[in-house]
Design a protein around this ligand. Structure first.
Ligand code: NAD
Length: 381
């Protein structure tokens, strides 16, 4: 008689990430077709949307849905880290319950920046144990980062993204046209995540940013001129492709050495303590500036390369220093990060421009020294 069993199962995850222009153009069926298993004359969709995005794109969205004879319910969320909580997840769940959807044929659509995508994704992953959803990122962070992976989450207490799941969307539709209305600071914020990919694995992307920083900023990567268009398309292709290359072999993050954690070792603590003063990408840049100085001190990044990196950070209108960066915070952040990475630091650190390496032996004294150097280099901003 058996008294012990072992159950084992595997699940294949497949999702499509696609750049598409004019996602709200009625002639583009991508939004309606994404994740739908059958075509019907009477589609129904539950749409979770960022309040700011609704204000700007509400008319176009309503026209799109009316054109396709789609019955819909809009669930409007405000995007702020303070409102990125389980309460917002429950708002989505309440809406889903009252609208009622077919889990097989009526995927949830999430339209917004990283905050709304993370909340909607968490709600979708929990609603009836999993309900398909489609991501339509509208911010730059969304387009190159939050929209392309499979993580969902909300903040809890003072911890960022403490509650969350790994739950792939059925599809992510990336339309850079949304960036036309994103404010300057949030464009820079998204460029920080692009810069991260450049620094750890793509020297060509770094050179593209270096060559065209002002143009990319001025055109918000929407390609207003022929050169701007070519450059922005290549930047997206490299940033999204590079991000997916890192994520795909390690979707559930079982391997704790992750290059994409670059810039995310000290920034979670910094970002939460500095709220709402620092945006995610800004905190990530301060973290990258700190680790670049550390790498320089260890001879892994040359001084001219460190100067190039800092110059580019400034040109992208990103901060390279923050007054909260002192010993207490660094010590706490190092402890938290090490705990989060199962007891080893596994700290991605740049090697030149476009390469990286993992460190496990950083000391608080070394960090404090680097923060001091950073204060001298960046304290004027
Ligand atoms: N799941 C992941 O893998 C992942 C990855 C990176 C970041 N994130 C999360 O994403 C969040 C940051 O994302 P974010 O920077 O997109 O923040 P966000 O969602 O707050 O959006 C930024 C601001 O831009 C506005 N906005 C969005 N699209 C707009 C548009 N087209 N026109 C005008 N305004 C627009 C929003 O209303 C908001 O005010 C963080 O909470 C972070 O934890 C998640």
């Amino acid at each position: 008689m058996a008294h012990q069993w072992q159950a084992q199962a595997e699940q294949t995850i497949t999702y499509e990430v696609r750049m598409t222009d004019g996602v709200l153009d009625p002639s583009n069926r991508a939004l309606l077709d994404a994740g739908a298993t059958v075509r019907t004359d009477e589609p129904r969709r539950f749409i979770v949307i960022d309040a700011n995005v609704l204000e700007i794109y509400g008319d176009a969205l309503r026209k799109y849905l009316a054109h396709h004879n789609c019955e819909y319910r809009l669930c409007v969320l405000s995007a702020s880290e303070e409102a990125k909580t389980m309460e917002s997840v429950f708002t989505v769940v309440n809406g889903l319950d009252s609208f009622g959807i077919s889990r097989r044929h009526e995927p949830i659509i999430a339209i917004g920046g990283g905050i709304v995508l993370d909340i909607a994704g968490l709600a979708a992953s929990m609603y009836r144990r999993s309900t398909p959803y489609v991501r339509v990122p509208t911010s730059l962070i969304g387009l190159v980062d939050a929209g392309v992976g499979i993580k969902t989450g909300v903040n809890f207490g003072s911890h960022k993204n403490r509650l969350g799941t790994y739950f792939a969307p059925t599809a992510a539709l990336l339309d850079r046209g949304f960036l036309a209305t994103v404010d300057d600071r949030h464009i820079s914020n998204g460029l920080a995540e692009i810069l991260k990919i450049a620094l750890i694995k793509d020297a060509v992307l770094f050179e593209l940013l270096e060559e065209h920083a002002e143009l990319l900023l001025a055109e918000r990567l929407t390609g207003q001129t022929p050169t701007g268009d070519v450059v922005a398309r290549e930047v997206f292709s490299r940033a999204v492709g590079g991000m997916l290359e890192e994520l795909e072999p390690n979707l559930w993050e079982q391997k704790l050495e992750r290059l994409v954690d670059y810039g995310h070792s000290f920034s979670p603590t910094l970002e939460m303590r500095a709220l709402p003063a620092l945006l995610h990408g800004e905190a990530v840049t301060v973290d990258m500036a700190l680790t670049t100085v550390l790498a320089e001190a260890r001879g892994m990044v040359s001084t001219p390369d460190r100067e190039r990196i800092f110059r580019l950070m400034r040109r992208l209108r990103l901060p390279v220093w923050h007054p909260l960066l002192e010993t207490g915070l660094l010590e706490h952040a190092l402890r938290e990060t090490t705990r989060h990475r199962d007891g080893l630091q596994r700290m991605p650190i740049p090697v030149g421009i476009g390469g990286a390496h993992f460190l496990h032996d950083l000391t608080v004294a070394e960090l404090t020294g680097a923060a001091e150097t950073l204060r001298e280099l960046g304290g004027d901003r």
